[in-house]
Design a protein around this ligand. Structure first.
Ligand code: G3D
Ligand code: MG
Length: 196
């Protein structure tokens, strides 16, 4: 902390009665059809290992994932997996309520999981109105590129039309999983990450 200016130290001190100003909490909710890979993404993020046996019967409502971001910010993501909740499920509102980020997840080898995101998005709007949080489009199973049925342009168009940030990732190989959520956190907090 010796690199901090006196001003920054004073700022931090004056904020000390509130939450520490550099520790940001974000609620992130994953939605999308069953089999899209939501639980696997959560498992990968939390354990950094692909666990086929991971099961919502563990009873986890959410888990925490911390990222260090530029500017000495620590973002703690509270990631909610909707589990078996389907469109129109009674608990959905609880998952959506207060979310800072909603991730729409589909399986790029299964076109209907992509098509159905339109309905997921309508459901989100129904619950939250037009005042939406940050939205992210996650095309999962990039390890199965050879089986892809959702063209990249389709993905990009949908993301642009709905002002979503967009990512491809694989919960199986782990490719882009951490980076994706780190970028999502930075976006939601308006923090610029350097391109790598
Ligand atoms: P859901 O929580 O959205 O319903 P799951 O989806 O995480 O349960 O994943 C559904 C199936 O897809 C699982 O298959 C899981 O292993 C697989 N899967 C998830 N992510 C990936 C991925 O990135 N690549 C590949 N190849 N498979 C993935 P099983 O057969 O285990 O039920
Ligand atoms: Mg699941």
């Amino acid at each position: 902390w010796w690199s901090q200016t006196e001003e920054q130290v004073l700022d931090a001190m004056s904020d000390s009665e509130d939450e520490p100003s550099q520790d940001k909490q974000l609620k992130v909710t994953l939605i999308g059809d069953g089999t899209a890979g939501k639980t696997s993404i959560c498992a990968k993020l939390s354990q950094n290992s692909f666990n086929k046996q991971y099961d919502q019967t563990l009873g986890l409502d959410f888990f925490l994932k911390r990222f260090e971001l530029p500017g000495n910010v620590v973002a703690t993501l509270q990631v909610w997996d909707i589990g078996g909740q389907q469109l129109g499920g009674g608990m959905l509102e609880t998952y959506l309520y207060g979310a800072n980020v909603i991730c729409l997840v589909y399986d790029m080898t299964n076109y209907s999981t992509f098509e159905n995101l339109q309905d997921w998005l309508s459901t989100v709007k129904k619950h939250l109105g037009e005042k939406l949080p940050h939205l992210a489009l996650l095309g999962n199973k990039s390890d199965l590129e050879h089986l892809r049925t959702v063209r990249r342009e389709k993905h990009t168009e949908f993301a642009a039309a709905n002002k979503m940030s967009s990512y491809f990732l694989s919960a199986r190989s782990g490719d882009n999983v951490n980076l994706c959520f780190q970028r999502i956190a930075a976006d939601a907090l308006n923090i610029r990450l350097s391109k790598q």
